[in-house]
Write a protein of this length. Structure first.
Lengths: 473, 473
């Protein structure tokens, strides 16, 4: 199989002419399938390659996490392809954090007490299915599942894929089995949406001038489950549940089937200390006493020892493109630790930005250069914020000073809804560039510091004044 | 061809027993061949693979730079294998920097006016030849040239090499030409000394927990030459010549054949402005007027337009090992920009440290873990220092404040030769860990700041006192 490379000119909706390109998208997850929709709507010929089988036919999703937190940036990108309402229809709104203390007491910190905006817990499978169904409606999107990218020549726009198990078997019956069967394809533009361990990025990393860093954190994570009971949620569903415990923590997000996906995040050393069933149960009885009966002791033991804790990585790149030949988006370009719930949202926002740039009808290499220049600071910023939020979630949410600041932020936000948007809200509920969210927070910190020191000085002056006046009397 | 993996026990020189391993070293440059010597001396069976042809038979060295600055750390590592004096015998000592002003005036800044220590300009080819000749003397070192590593399975200790052009041709006459002939090998330990773009590191980068960054600088470099004239050097040979010009610079190191290798470092934008021969000559007449007649106008034009400026990259990793299976050393582990002349020295120092750890007879995985832990801070530090020295060389060397500090450092060094070692001297002429060199400099900066502010306060007090006394009179 081989797609030919043909550039031809077509008339777009506004009567303008644009070059119609053969675009190969690697990865048909949420970001890849959204990218396919976007390129198809511009009139390009899209080949969408995915190394897994079609998720709509899959029983079990092999993905890292089965639910995702959707917020403003993801919603905006979905709205642009007319899918926002369909996705929200089966999503579960989360109005705030429900904090679980060691003693099992719960308290609620709303995300947005002013405008009641929420995060949405969406099933990865459901979201991906909706996007792929939408792809099927485009005659210029061609899906190729079980195609694993093994080689890419970005300069010449050539790709080679290894077929998945089933397809490989079918091929083998026709061909000689000892020769490995690779599928070749070519494209004018290759778009890598193939996740944190992107195979396309591995090619870009070899190009001179490609800056890259991957940083692992010393914390591992492991997924557990709080099942439904009598077909009901075992905890209030409309919250993101957090058990902050200083150097480690646990969170839970609600699923459509009334279960919760629970994520346990701890330093690898702590995982290693839990070797026996007894040690595990003792640990949970000490730190997560209220969650233990909900998970179930036997289920906990089974799930905990079934798999090893997974690593978490932060990826930063610059640039995201190679001439007018290749581009990486989403986790392939900026994987982050999952503690801001912005991984998917940032990936989808890449497409909002890319669209707005591509619509300016610049030469493609200039447009992709502009995309890199417009995006890298914000992508690096959200990677840093995600790292920071890990500290906040496991540690700060418990502290008095954090709650005090949260209360102050909320109060000021109520009074000045346009002038004082707290950091979390600007990240989750606006489309303010991530780097500007950080700058905004720094401005707020400075102002508060000035007001605080001003107040102290004023109090001192008033006190001195009062003593002086008293003496005069 | 396939080497079998056999661990067997042998008695070392001290009568103790140690495991004799099959060690595959990838890369037979100065660090790789030095590593081969070190492992062979410990009694291991060493396979040394190099993708280029044997440098001793090569006419032209394809390497990046034909001369290298050897200093204390490299000398120490060479001394440990008995080669220091042989290398120094054909090296050219450089006693300091000779600075060339725009007007062609020269001034000298000695590296070490106290102890007269020098850097040594050594030919890469000569150094490599001496090391390979030494390898030939060991029956347990087996060299394999024109073997390019294409695949490595570090977990299972398997390697695959593609043969060089000549060997490939010989093979093809026996085999079917359409099937690519790969050479397989196995090893207990794979050591990657294969440079900044290390193929072995590409495998390690995929391992969970492997932190990695590559950072390109916006500066490119291009090599020129000041040839010998009447079989004599055209400039004083015993200096590293520098033409500092703020945002760009040029340096020259002496060669054995009485030529100088000249390296022009400039932002890529500046390179791009020099499109025509006239533009190039005008640029040199303005900025490097004294060097132009030495290089020769026609030769400059030829060399400048022959090749594009090369990128410069800084690489940081952690860890440097994978269990007891793989290890990276030298540029593969910590490539740096070339402005401290420490790239080779740091690579060779890796082996000094590795030896001292391996001699502790720890289990190999523990020893390699200890190597990573003992080395990464210093490797990161020298990468940062090299970046800093670029600023110093192109910019600071011209400034009054820099020269003033240099004078102060030298004076204090003369008075307190053991207590006040300037940064450059501690890096180049001692074996002080690089991170400690930086800490040492920070301590000096702090002390000088305190003394300076103390002096100002004291002067003020003396002045006030003088006025007061005068009034009393």
């Amino acid at each position: 199989m081989s797609q030919s490379t043909t550039n031809y000119v077509y008339a777009d909706g506004n009567g303008a002419t644009a070059t119609r390109r053969n675009v190969a998208i690697v990865g048909a997850g949420p970001v890849g399938s959204l990218a396919a929709l976007n390129f198809a709507r511009m009139g390009h010929e899209v080949q969408l390659y995915e190394y897994r089988e079609d998720i709509r036919k899959a029983q079990l999703v092999q993905g890292r996490s089965i639910n995702l937190a959707l917020s403003q940036r993801g919603r905006k990108a979905l709205a642009a392809v007319g899918l926002e309402q369909q996705v929200l229809a089966t999503a579960i709104p989360m109005r705030g954090r429900m904090l679980h203390s060691v003693k099992g007491r719960t308290s609620i910190v709303l995300y947005d007490p002013c405008n009641n905006q929420c995060l949405y817990s969406v099933g990865r499978k459901r979201l991906n299915e909706l996007l792929l169904d939408a792809c099927d409606a485009f005659p210029n999107i061609h899906c190729h599942f079980e195609h694993k990218l093994v080689k890419a020549n970005v300069r010449e726009g050539r790709l080679q894929f290894r077929l998945g198990r089933e397809k490989q078997k079918m091929k083998e019956q026709e061909q000689q089995p000892e020769q490995e069967q690779l599928i070749s394809a070519s494209a004018d533009l290759i778009v890598g949406c193939d996740g944190a361990f992107s195979a396309l990025r591995q090619q870009l990393v070899r190009q001179p001038g490609f800056n890259y860093s991957q940083e692992y954190i010393g914390t591992g994570y492991l997924e557990l489950c709080i099942p439904a009971k009598d077909n009901e949620f075992q905890m209030p569903p409309n919250y993101l549940h957090i058990w902050p415990r200083d150097s480690f923590m646990m969170i839970a997000l609600p699923n459509q089937d009334k279960s919760f996906t629970v994520t346990l995040s701890m330093p690898f050393e702590v995982f290693e200390q839990l070797k026996t069933q007894q040690q595990l149960l003792d640990f949970f009885r000490t730190h997560y006493a209220d969650a233990l009966p909900l998970i179930g002791e036997q289920q906990l033991i089974k799930d905990f020892f079934k798999s090893r804790p997974q690593h978490l990585m932060s990826v930063k790149c610059k640039p995201y493109h190679y001439m007018d030949k290749a581009l990486i988006l989403g986790d392939a370009a900026h994987a982050m630790v999952p503690y801001y719930g912005q991984g998917l949202n940032a990936g989808m926002e890449d497409l909002t930005l890319l669209n707005s740039i591509l619509n300016q009808q610049l030469p493609l290499d200039v447009a992709l250069e502009k995309f890199t220049e417009s995006r890298w600071r914000d992508a690096h910023a959200i990677c840093d914020l995600a790292m920071y939020n890990y500290v906040e979630m496991r540690d700060l949410t418990k502290r008095w000073s954090f709650r005090c600041r949260k209360w102050l932020d909320t109060t000021l936000f109520r009074i000045f809804p346009n002038q004082w948007v707290p950091l979390y809200n600007s990240v989750s509920f606006t489309s303010m560039p991530y780097s500007q969210c950080i700058a905004n927070r720094q401005w707020q910190d400075q102002l508060l510091r000035k007001v605080l020191s001003g107040t102290i000085v004023l109090s001192f002056l008033v006190a001195v004044g009062a003593i002086y006046v008293r003496r005069l009397r």
